[in-house]
Design a binder for this molecule. Structure first.
Ligand SMILES: [Zn+2]
Length: 332
């Protein structure tokens, strides 16, 4: 057998003798077949991720970020000891696992599944100041909204995303902004309850959408995407991303650990057993009537309708000096 002939191995031997060039394509086919079973036919190809990885390395070259490890990242493994959320290959690998785990989790829950998108104007930061954005505040605000429903059956999985630079479409501001938004796949909740919980109390901002899921695999895949892309939200005008903005996004995504949101499940996507919070009725607190102030109240015993600046005012404190005005005082 000459060396130039294609090798034909079978079974487990196959993987061991595959060259690095062969391995991703084989692996990719297997992964894509699995996703096709979930109804997801257009998952990001390895070539496309490679393009994003090259872009990522090119833009971060010359910045303070050390990219040496990321040069060895590929579809199977990572060059870094601990891969970051911003590494395109790492993100693809993790998303593949997350999609399957989330699909298994969601299909085990009765009732309709909803796809929600939420944005708040207060989360936005001007272009160039993305590092000031607080991921923790965004996660807390959505958890608080879901906690309001007090329904232990709710399970939600999604991610915090960043849409391309936007401007409010009502013309209220001319600053270009990074607008973070959340996309979540929610099971076990009623549509009306979700809409009520997402409406903010004070401003009544309606920057959210609740849609019924038609293709679960595709919705989960889109919900877990964490790269910067154009959102289809009607609330903002948006432009395409420039190189400087992409660089800012990459630096920011390396800074933050995880941007995934899990509610009602643990980090391995196992459902949590929760009990509803006890509801205690609230009564207004009773306060004592201020009986000690009654003599000082209008018409009371100690009530004096005598302002301290008037001429006839007599202080109780004897040390206060009172000047008796001479008769010609007002004529001077
Ligand atoms: Zn990586």
């Amino acid at each position: 057998m000459s060396l130039n002939q294609p090798r034909a191995f079978k079974g487990s031997e196959e993987i061991r003798f595959m060259t690095n060039r062969e391995r991703p394509s084989k692996l990719e086919k297997k992964q894509l077949r699995r996703l096709a079973n979930l109804g997801l036919s257009n998952f990001e190809s390895i070539d496309k991720t490679q393009g994003r990885q090259n872009d990522f390395l090119k833009l971060l070259k010359g910045t303070r970020v050390d990219t040496t490890g990321f040069e060895d990242c590929d579809a199977v493994s990572c060059g870094q000891k601990r891969c970051a959320d911003g590494c395109p290959f790492g993100m693809r690998r993790r998303r593949l696992d997350e999609i399957r785990a989330t699909h298994d989790l969601m299909t085990g829950i009765d009732g309709p599944i909803y796809d929600i998108q939420v944005a708040r104007r207060c989360w936005a930061r001007p272009v160039g100041k993305l590092r000031e954005m607080s991921i923790g505040a965004v996660i807390k605000s959505i958890r608080r909204a879901l906690d309001k429903l007090n329904n232990p059956g709710i399970v939600a999985v999604g991610a915090i995303k960043l849409s391309r630079r936007v401007q409010p479409s009502d013309g209220s501001s001319d600053v270009w902004l990074w607008q973070p938004f959340i996309r979540l796949v929610v099971a076990g909740a009623d549509r009306h309850d979700l809409e009520r919980a997402l409406l903010t109390e004070r401003g009544g901002e309606k920057l959210f959408q609740v849609n019924k899921v038609k293709n679960l695999g595709r919705t989960i895949s889109n919900a877990l995407r964490r790269d910067v892309y154009a959102s289809k939200q009607p609330w903002f005008d948006q432009l395409s991303t420039t190189k400087a903005e992409k660089r800012e996004f990459y630096e920011w995504s390396l800074r933050w650990g995880e941007r995934i949101i899990r509610y009602g499940c643990d980090r391995y996507f196992n459902r949590l057993k929760k009990h509803p919070r006890p509801i205690r009725p609230k009564f207004p607190k009773k306060r004592p009537y201020p009986t000690w102030l009654v003599p000082h109240m209008f018409g009371g015993a100690k009530w004096e309708n005598n302002p301290p600046h008037s001429m006839t005012f007599e202080p109780k404190n004897k040390n206060v000096r009172i000047v008796d005005p001479p008769p010609d005082y007002y004529k001077r």
